[in-house]
Each structure stands twice: as structure tokens, then as C-alpha cells.
Design a protein around this ligand. Structure first.
Ligand code: PB1
Length: 335
């Protein structure tokens, strides 16, 4: 049997050393600006509470968050995504405390910006942590989403966070047309040129949000979010949602969850190459990876997953592993 070997079929010469392998993996490096750290902010400024389902993740009062962030900023942390949690403030049908003066995010923003002027502070904008029914929007008496009221309320909350110092507002509610409403609110208050809108443009009705919902106490009391989060199989809707948000003025796009939706990451990047694309490695992904082996095995698995997200087109990865990734980046840089 003749050996079917032609010189042009030998590829191994192209990646036979570390330098060539780096050249074969363009746009996959993980640097500090490629990572955004989601943080949970409590009403009680001095509290710190571990999240049982997410090892090494905590819920912080602002007086505990600032020292925790100080260590991470020294290691190169460049951006955070803040989620407010209320426990004594009442939840109601319109999410009134989403942007009240008592809201922990509203109170913490000036302190965070004063403590870390160079840190990019994004705020998640949604009603579910603040509504008595647990949905991401306002409901009609029949229990279905009231689209107009939801968009109006989401834009109000986004503007409140922007006026309190947020660098990025990130509406995770998935209501149609909220991007247009938020951009108009920022424009009319002369904030459109200093506050970015990060749209959760391609966010799917995933089963991987459980640890987050438990931590935030933000699960819907009745029904589910399938009428406003995208069906997991709907690549076409994801393309249409991203196109709509781009047309409405989104500055930054997102795909969420991450690993199971890398085809959507690639699709979104190919369709919108000039918009920075964020990928959210959600709480369920975090929980899975955290249990994937001993620390070394877990770190290797984690970095491979982040590399795959970057290869698929992610420019920034929102990950609860951010503190660990910063340490890994430091170790890699030191060698
Ligand atoms: O890590 C996570 O699971 C993120 C969950 C995510 C936060 N933006 C949303 C998912 C959900 O509970 O439906 C919260 C919705 N506003």
C-alpha cells in the first residue's frame, strides 16, 4: 500500500514550537481588559455572605466590596458588573426600589467611582431583583408583560444609574425596544457621550441561571421568562435581536450563556464585527467548572473555555472566575 504523503499535507511544521502556536491562535489571548467581574451588592453595607452554590463567590455590602476590589484592581481588574440585592426594602409590582435613594447600587456607585476612578463600573439594569412577582418587567393585570410600562421603567432605572456614576448600563431584562428608550434617555440628559449601553442582546431562556437566582432571590414567583428570553434553539431570533439593538444604538452586545452558545457568539461577531461583544459565563457554568476537578485541572479547563469564547468572537468575558483569571494572567506574565 503506497504511503499517501504529500509535502503540502504536512501541517505540523506550522505549529511545532510555542511561538508558532501563538501565531496560529490569533485573537484568543486573555488579558485583563478581556475580563469583567460580576459582583453582588447587599443593602447592609457591612455584610459579607458566601454564596453556597458558587464556591469563592460572595455577596458584599459596599464597605466589604471596596477592600475586596482594591486587591483585584491592584492585580489589574479593569471592569465590574454590579447586581443589587434588597432584603429589607419592599419589593413591589413596578420595582420601585430598583433606583430609589435607598437602593444599594444607587448608594454604592459614588463610593465605587471615588475609590476606583479607573475601574469601569457597569450596572445590570433589570426589575427582577426588585419586583414582588420576580419578573424582569412590569406586568399587566392579566399577568403578561406590559411592554410599554416595562420599557419606560427600565429606561428610568438605567438613567438613574447613569446619573449616579455608572460607566455602562446593561439592561438584562430582554424587553423589546428598551435600548432605544435608554439611548433616548441618556441623549436627553447629555449622558449619551459618557455612558455606554451594553445590551444583553442574545440572552437565552437557559436552565443555567439557577445559582444566580438563588443568590439574588430573583426567580419569577409564577410562570417563567420564556416570553422574553430567547428560545435556546433560536439562532434566527438571536440574529434579529442583535440587529434590532444595533439599530437602536447599543454600544456593546452580549451573548448569554456562554459555552453552550458559542455558535451564537460567532454568528453575532460575524454580523456585527464593529461592536465589542461580551459573553456571560453564567452561574450554572461557574458551578459546573468549579466541580470539574482539582485546582490545577479546573484552572486548565477554565482557561481553555475562555480561549474558546475568545476564538468564537468574544471581546470581553463576564465571569465569576475573574479573581482567579487575574492570578493566572499574573503568573503567565511573570514567566
Ligand atoms: O450568572 C447568571 O446566572 C446570570 C443570570 C442573569 C443575570 N443577568 C439573569 C438570568 C435570569 O435570572 O433570568 C438575570 C435576569 N435579569
Amino acid at each position: 500500500m503506497s504511503l499517501y504523503l504529500k509535502p503540502e499535507h504536512v501541517l505540523q511544521g506550522g505549529y511545532c514550537n510555542a511561538t508558532l502556536r501563538k501565531l496560529q491562535e490569533p485573537n484568543t489571548s486573555i488579558q485583563t481588559h478581556n475580563v469583567m467581574y460580576p459582583v453582588f451588592l447587599l443593602e447592609n453595607d457591612d455584610a459579607i455572605q458566601p454564596v453556597s452554590s458558587m464556591p469563592n463567590v460572595y455577596r458584599y455590602g459596599v464597605n466589604q466590596l471596596i477592600p475586596a476590589l482594591a486587591d483585584l484592581v491592584k492585580k489589574g481588574l479593569e471592569s465590574i458588573l454590579v447586581f443589587g440585592i434588597i432584603e429589607t426594602l419592599p419589593k413591589d409590582a413596578n420595582g420601585s426600589h430598583a433606583d430609589s435613594d435607598s437602593n444599594p447600587v444607587m448608594r454604592a456607585l459614588p463610593k465605587l467611582k471615588a475609590a476606583f476612578p479607573g475601574l469601569v463600573v457597569a450596572c445590570d439594569v433589570c426589575l427582577c431583583p426588585y419586583t414582588s412577582h420576580g419578573h424582569c418587567g412590569v406586568l399587566q393585570p392579566t399577568g403578561v408583560i406590559d411592554h410599554a410600562a416595562s420599557v419606560k421603567r427600565i429606561a428610568e432605572v438605567a438613567l438613574s444609574y447613569a446619573m449616579s456614576g455608572a460607566d455602562i448600563v446593561a439592561p438584562s431584562d430582554m424587553m423589546d425596544n428598551r435600548i432605544k428608550a435608554i439611548k433616548e434617555a441618556l441623549f436627553s440628559t447629555n449622558l449619551g457621550n459618557k455612558v455606554s449601553v451594553l445590551s444583553y442582546s442574545c440572552k437565552f431562556a437557559s436552565s443555567m441561571y439557577g445559582p444566580f437566582r438563588e443568590t439574588m432571590k430573583s426567580a419569577p414567583l409564577a410562570g417563567d421568562r420564556k416570553c422574553y428570553q430567547l428560545p435556546p434553539g433560536a439562532a434566527g431570533l438571536a440574529a434579529r435581536a442583535a440587529a434590532r439593538d444595533v439599530a437602536e444604538g447599543a454600544d456593546l452586545l452580549m451573548v448569554k450563556p456562554g459555552l453552550p452558545y458559542l455558535d451564537i457568539v460567532r454568528q453575532t461577531k460575524d454580523l456585527h464585527p464593529h461592536h465589542p461583544l461580551f459573553v456571560y459565563q453564567v452561574s450554572g457554568e461557574y458551578a459546573m467548572i468549579s466541580r470539574s476537578g482539582d485546582n490545577n485541572e479546573m484552572e486548565t479547563t477554565l482557561m481553555e473555555m475562555l480561549l474558546c469564547m475568545r476564538r468564537a468572537g468574544a471581546d470581553c468575558i463576564i465571569t465569576y472566575f475573574a479573581p482567579l483569571v487575574l492570578d493566572i494572567i499574573s503568573k503567565r506574565t511573570a514567566h
